[in-house]
Structure formats: structure tokens, C-alpha cells
Design a binder for this molecule. Structure first.
Ligand SMILES: Nc1ncnc2c1ncn2[C@@H]1O[C@H](COP(=O)(O)OP(=O)(O)O)[C@@H](O)[C@H]1O
Ligand SMILES: [Mg+2]
Length: 372
């Protein structure tokens, strides 16, 4: 679908639109609310919810960047974080690292602060600085007309022309007001409206997709709909990328908010179920790993303690193992080697010294759906 009104920028009406709730929309909303509540509950029973959340943030960052064409793997990000030289393009990895930082900084801010334009601009700055888009006004609104379409295409072939720079201040002001408004709209409806409106405004020269997706997590955390930032839609939005763009265009040109809302709520249900499933697999992994150790007569005290450590820290060095478990480097080395033979750990540096080991099965659970 294309914009068919010449090539002036499109100016959206302020939120909220009139929404017609049919049975399908009502049912989806109920199901999505329930899925979100279940997701919130499952983190209570995890061995280490913080590490699960941290891993999911990495996963979201990867997928969100992949929607924009960045090609990075979870392995690449973990290597970078372990100070190894990654095999993948460092600029791509930096985009993912920036997204992780923006998410973590944003969430920290929101635990006591407000969701406002200052935070959004600050996050955008973190997102774009030091990447390919760093010449594109990090943290500042666009100063040129932009348009969406095929890369390298002209504005005449644009699928969508967002509002002109002169309108952004006002439109973002209205969006902020809507974000903060205490109304009776269900939170999932509200954030779906906010995301679509943000993408329509397209306030920045680059990074609008990523910033708009960060906003989803921000809003749900800020409104305390989730006690931990754990709902990430990029998995779904990447899987249905053409539909995602199509729905946004239908909102703009046909006022078809209902179809977008249904699409969005389906996504909430799907990604919540996925995350719940992953959490269950992580819980089972603990038992299964202990069983594996015992079967191979490797279930000594230190092995169990190392396993606990791995649930807190999925990448370790011999030295960390020795320090954390308070055992000698020689003993740590032996223990790690045993875990490697059993396939619990895998060495990732390929070097003889300063080796790093990852908790293979944990990573496998998290990385599902992130292979490029
Ligand atoms: N008609 C459209 N076609 C494609 N993407 C669209 C359309 N309208 C809005 N978008 C949004 O724009 C984003 C791309 O904008 P861009 O500023 O390049 O963001 P990023 O740099 O994060 O990729 C998409 O991820 C999507 O969220
Ligand atoms: Mg882009």
C-alpha cells in the first residue's frame, strides 16, 4: 500500500482514535492481558530472574536490530561482552550493544522517573551514537524530510512520507500528553496506539523503528503492568515484517486501527507464550543438568556450585570459577574441563590462554529465533 496524496508529509490526528470493539478484539484483549499476567508470574519461579531478563534484553536487541537489517548473532554479542574480538561486523554489534544499554538505562530511569520526551530523546541518543546512523542527529529530531520505501528509492516511490520536521515538536508534544494521560484505556491498547503513532510521526532521521519498540517495553514497565521488563515484540514483528508495515499504513490511510490492534495483541500473546516456554525450559535445565552430572558421577559439591554460578553468569573464565567457588585454579580447570566433556560448557575463544566458556544449553534456549 502506498500513500496517494502527492508527496506532502502525512499529519496524523492526535490520539486516541475511536475504536470499535468487536467480539474478536475483546477476546484478543482478554487473552493478551492473561498472557501478560502469566508471563509476569513465571519469573518468580526462575533460578535467577535477573539473568533471564538480561538475556531477554539481549535477544530483543538482536531481533530489533535484525528487523532493520543488522546481521548479528547472540554468540557475537556475548563474545563482544567478554572482550573477545567478534567475528561479526563490529558496527552491527555496536548497534545491538547500544540497544541493550538504552533498554537498561531506560528501565532504570523508569523505576522512579517519568516516561517523557526527555527520556525518549536520551534513549535515541544512546541508540544511535557511534553507529552507522551517528551522523543522523542522535537524540534530536529530524531536520530534513524523510520517507519510507525501498532503499535508494526516491520520495516519489515512497510507501509512506511522515510529517515534515516543522511539525515534529507539536506532534511529539501531543504524544507525550497522551502517554501521561490518566484515561480508562487498557494498557495494551494504549501502547499499541502509542507505538503506531510514534512510527507515523517518525521523529528522527534514523532509529525510529528501534526507538518505537523500546517504547513498548518502557510503557509496560512504567505503568507497572510488568514487574520486570520482559515483554518484547521484535520476535513477532520480525516474523511478520511485511504485515507490520502494512498495518501501520492502513492505520494512516484508512484509519484502520482495529486491524492493527488485533495484530498487535496477537503478538503480545505469541511472545508472552514464547517467553513463558523459555522460562520453563530454563527451570527444567537446572534439574536436567544436575541429573546429567550425577549420571556421569560428576555431581560433587563444586560441580553443583559451578552450575549455580552458570545460572548467574552464562559466560565464565577459569579464573572466575576459581574466585567464585574459592578453589584453586588447577581444581577450577579440572572442573571446567569435566563440564566441557559433558557438553555443558563450550570454549569460545579458540585460544590456549584466557579461555572463556559459555553455558551451552542456556544460550540455546534464549537464542531460539535469532539465527540470521
Ligand atoms: N510503511 C512502512 N514501511 C516500513 N516500515 C515502516 C513503515 N512505517 C513505519 N515503519 C517503521 O519504520 C521503521 C524503520 O524506520 P527507521 O528510522 O529506519 O528505524 P531504524 O533505524 O530503527 O530501522 C520500521 O521498523 C517500522 O517500525
Ligand atoms: Mg534505519
Amino acid at each position: 500500500m502506498r500513500q496517494d496524496r502527492g508527496y506532502d508529509g502525512f499529519i496524523p490526528n492526535p490520539l486516541p482514535p475511536d475504536i470499535e470493539y468487536d467480539d474478536e478484539l475483546r477476546l484478543l484483549l482478554r487473552k493478551a492481558d492473561a498472557a501478560l499476567a502469566r508471563l509476569d508470574g513465571v519469573t518468580e519461579v526462575l533460578p535467577n530472574p535477573d539473568i533471564f531478563v538480561a538475556m531477554y534484553v539481549k535477544k530483543e536487541a538482536l531481533l530489533s536490530a535484525q528487523i532493520e537489517g543488522t546481521q548479528v548473532s547472540l554468540q557475537g554479542v556475548l563474545e563482544f561482552e567478554a572482550n573477545l574480538r567478534p567475528k561479526e561486523d563490529i558496527r552491527d554489534i555496536r548497534e545491538v550493544i547500544n540497544y541493550i544499554r538504552a533498554m537498561n538505562d531506560g528501565v532504570l530511569h523508569l523505576s522512579s522517573g517519568d516516561l517523557d520526551l526527555a527520556l525518549i530523546n536520551e534513549s535515541h541518543k544512546t541508540l544511535i551514537t557511534g553507529t552507522r546512523g551517528s551522523d543522523k542527529n542522535p537524540g534530536r529530531y529530524k531536520d530534513k524530510q524523510n520517507f519510507l520505501g525501498t532503499p535508494g528509492g526516491s520520495i516519489l516511490q515512497a510507501s509512506f512520507i511522515p510529517p515534515p520536521p516543522a511539525k515534529i515538536e507539536q506532534l511529539m508534544g501531543e504524544l507525550e500528553k497522551f502517554i501521561k494521560e490518566k484515561d480508562k484505556l487498557p494498557v495494551l491498547i494504549k501502547i499499541a496506539l502509542i507505538h503506531a503513532q510514534f512510527e507515523t510521526i517518525h521523529p528522527y532521521l534514523d532509529g525510529n523503528g528501534r526507538m518505537g519498540r523500546l517504547l513498548i517495553t518502557y510503557y509496560l514497565y512504567w505503568t507497572k503492568s510488568l514487574s520486570r521488563p520482559l515483554l518484547y515484540l521484535s520476535f513477532y514483528l520480525k516474523k511478520y515484517k511485511p504485515e507490520y508495515a502494512e498495518h501501520l499504513n492502513k492505520v494512516r490511510f484508512h484509519d484502520d486501527w482495529e486491524a492493527w490492534l488485533k495484530f498487535f495483541l496477537q503478538g503480545v500473546i505469541e511472545v508472552s507464550e514464547n517467553a513463558i516456554q523459555s522460562a520453563r525450559e530454563i527451570i527444567a535445565l537446572k534439574d536436567n543438568s544436575i541429573k546429567k552430572l550425577i549420571e556421569h558421577k560428576a555431581g560433587g559439591m563444586n560441580a553443583i556450585r559451578l552450575l549455580d554460578l552458570l545460572f548467574d553468569n552464562t559466560t565464565v573464565s577459569i579464573r572466575e570459577v576459581a574466585d567464585e567457588l574459592k578453589i584453586s585454579p588447577v581444581a577450577a580447570n579440572k572442573l571446567v574441563n569435566k563440564m566441557e566433556v559433558l557438553g555443558i560448557l563450550r570454549e569460545i575463544t579458540g585460544k590456549e590462554r584466557y579461555q572463556m566458556f559459555v553455558f551451552v544449553d542456556f544460550i540455546r534456549i534464549i537464542e531460539k529465533g535469532t539465527r540470521v
